[in-house]
Design a protein around this ligand. Structure first.
Ligand code: GTP
Ligand code: MG
Length: 371
């Protein structure tokens, strides 16, 4: 694993690369200036020049702000649940979020189809807070889960009462099951003439989602994004479910969380919507995010206002990363810009080594195929 370029090693020892190549040749090792030599070879050739080679291991964990579990435990406080709204196309996910926020997200969207993941924090009638993620299809959710990013605490499964369980409904159920998060069912479009909530309950029972009314443990709420029926009850039920989960976070530490979406903005550079899971993210914080480093130059909340800090379960847009991270990437606030850069550089190097190894394997394969 540990290796150094021959030229670099020679430079550090203050000898000419040619001398080193000659010495290596004397040892029976053919080498060129641009070659990388492994630790053992480096040690041997260095010894020939009366040098000793020391392994400098890089411990990423030492630079990340890993908080001792005990210390973390004592500082835990209740935090808002992060809720993902899922369901089949056109069953009313965005419309529901719309009435919940009492805003008009749907009407502003091109063709009424969700183009991005929105992340919003709302305050309910009785003062509870919930963070919502509105997903476009489920690609981002899948990407996050495949990286082990536990972003969602609860899934609201939206099923149109006049349409029933559809392919993407089943997909959503499977996502929730795989993530091990509870589902609250919102039977939507109750205002419509063809609404048949019993049918929805029956069809979902076949997918192991048995309603409380039928002796199961899944909360069903009949709602209409159009009339507003059942919305307050839905929010109450989500908060109830959250209470059972006992969601806690330590706000009093450096932040960590996940990227929900990201893009390159012509004026502002890399922009990422992140969800803080632990700690408090502050303006100016040096951070590492996926393969990139940077520090927070600006933070914007879900209403478009600049904020100085963001605590657990808060979604914010951040500006200041050197590159665009991927959805699902973890971000961590660290002690200094130097630490952030070092970690990112190390990750980038590892990534490159991986790609190189893949490429050379592919080339080897091709060589054999051409034989
Ligand atoms: P995608 O983002 O494309 O997957 O759709 P969505 O699930 O977000 O559905 P959206 O909120 O865009 O709603 C689809 C259509 O159903 C729109 O025309 C809404 O006006 C309509 N709609 C949503 N909820 C209700 C409801 O409760 N009652 C009635 N009558 N129509 C609704
Ligand atoms: Mg939508």
């Amino acid at each position: 694993d540990e290796a150094i370029e021959l030229a670099e090693l020679a430079k550090r020892m203050g000898i000419k690369a040619n001398e080193m190549i000659a010495k290596l040749m004397g040892m029976g090792v053919m080498a060129t200036v641009n070659q990388t030599i492994d630790y053992d070879t480096a040690s041997l050739v260095a010894a020939e020049f009366d040098f000793e080679v020391e392994k400098a291991s890089f411990e990423e964990e030492a630079l990340l702000n890993v908080v001792p579990e005990e210390e973390d435990k004592s500082a835990l406080e209740t935090c808002p649940p992060v809720v993902t709204i899922m369901g089949h196309v056109d069953h009313g996910k965005t419309s529901l979020l719309d009435v919940i926020r009492k805003s008009k997200i749907t009407s502003g969207e091109a063709g009424g189809i969700t183009q991005h993941i929105g992340a919003y924090n709302v305050e309910t009638a009785n003062g509870g807070r919930i963070t919502f993620l509105d997903t476009p299809g489920h690609a981002a959710f899948t990407a996050m889960r495949s990286r082990g990013a536990q972003v969602t605490d609860i899934v609201i499964l939206v099923v149109a009462a006049d349409d029933g369980v559809m392919p993407q409904t089943v997909e959503a159920i499977n996502h929730a099951k795989a993530a091990g998060v509870p589902v609250v069912v919102a039977v939507n479009k109750m205002d419509k003439a063809g609404a048949d909530p019993d049918r929805i309950m029956r069809e979902l029972a076949e997918h192991d989602l048995l309603a409380e009314d039928w002796g199961g443990n899944v909360i069903f709420v009949k709602v209409s994004a159009k009339s507003g029926e059942g919305i307050d009850e839905l929010l109450e039920m989500v908060l109830l479910q959250a209470e059972v989960l006992e969601l806690r976070a330590n706000a009093d530490r450096k932040a960590m969380g996940y990227v929900v979406e990201s893009r390159l903005d012509i004026g502002r550079g890399a922009v990422a919507t992140v969800l803080v899971k632990q700690g408090t993210l502050k303006d100016g914080d040096p951070i590492v995010c996926g393969l990139h480093s940077g520090h927070i130059r600006a933070m914007i909340d879900d209403s478009g206002n600049r904020v100085e800090s963001a605590g657990p379960s808060t979604p914010v847009e951040i500006v200041g990363l050197a590159g665009v991270p991927d959805a699902g990437d973890e971000f961590v606030a660290v002690a200094s810009d130097k630490d952030a850069k070092q970690i990112a550089a190390h990750r980038m190097q590892k990534q490159r080594a991986k790609e190189l190894a893949k490429k050379s394997r592919a080339n080897l394969q091709k060589m054999f195929e051409n034989l």
